[in-house]
Design a protein around this ligand. Sequence first.
Ligand SMILES: [Mn+2]
Length: 364
Amino acid sequence: MRFLHAGDVHLGAEPESGTDLGPLRRNEIWETFRNIIEVCEREQVDLLLLPGDLFHGQPLLREVKEVDYLFRRLSHTKVVMCAGNHDCLLSSSHYYDVTFPEHVTFLMDSHADSVFFPELNTEVFGLSYETRQISEARYDALHCNKPERINILLAHGNILCNDKSIPLHRGVLETAGFDYVALGHLHNRPEISKRIVYSGSPEPLNRGETGAKGYILGEIKKVGTGPSEMEWEFIPCARREYVPLTLETTVYSTELSLCSELLAAVQKKGLQHMYLVTLTGTRGREVIWNTEALAELLTKQGANVIEISDETIPDFPVEKLRTEQQDTLVGRFIERMEEVESPELKKLALQYGLQALLARDERS
Ligand SMILES: [Mn+2]
């Protein structure tokens, strides 16, 4: 039985909203979902698992119709889905207004339910959120009592900590007899175990979601009632990633030199990605990096540099100051700082202290 697991698609979300990228990102999330459907069709995947938050919020009627249209393009794949906290089944939900085709099972009940596919010898369990916050551990009572079947659970919640979603307990899930637990809710794909898996979201939804994003493609084989054979892999599919980039500057750096260094790094990794740049190292004492102008300059050249944070420190000629200003406050300050044991602390204390003292000198 071959399956594709895609949690937290968040259709309708608009990451980077308010910028030129916003509308693009909104469309790209839809395109990625369409691609996932195409993968299922092309590879004749048996089961598509959507464990919640297919939509970012309450979907519009026309959006549910789009999803229905895409589902109808599947000639072989069975779909099992449930609603998560973002697209929870409020009584006014437009999920109720569209009848998905027969090969789609929406587990709409707010308590655990299941669907069995005899031709796949597979039973899929799950439930839907009826409200955004649920504190009841609704998955904990589940136990598979048909070990001859492939048993799968779709679960939407946080297994790492309590965040007002349905609490999930690793120990309980591990002993409940599931061959595979398809988790949704955490977008960054924390590794849990071989059979308890977060797919993460197929597109990054905010700047905290760095790195590759995609879905899980796997296969489960079961003979008899023993443990099943299973393998899966993570398939990256995001149109763009958030890529953190660190650039070390020196006293010789200029705005134009930084621009060309950053542009080269961006071109190497790919112009499509969205870059979160951190400047570290030192800078000339007279320099203040204009990070906004720098980002703008890079954007004009086709690089999506969406954030630059400046952690550089001004370069002071400490040794020179110490000998030349022995008898002044500056010299005495440098002497005293020699007593600081931690090198990190010493560096920062010197930086802030000299900045303050020398600025005072320059004013007088
Ligand atoms: Mn969620």
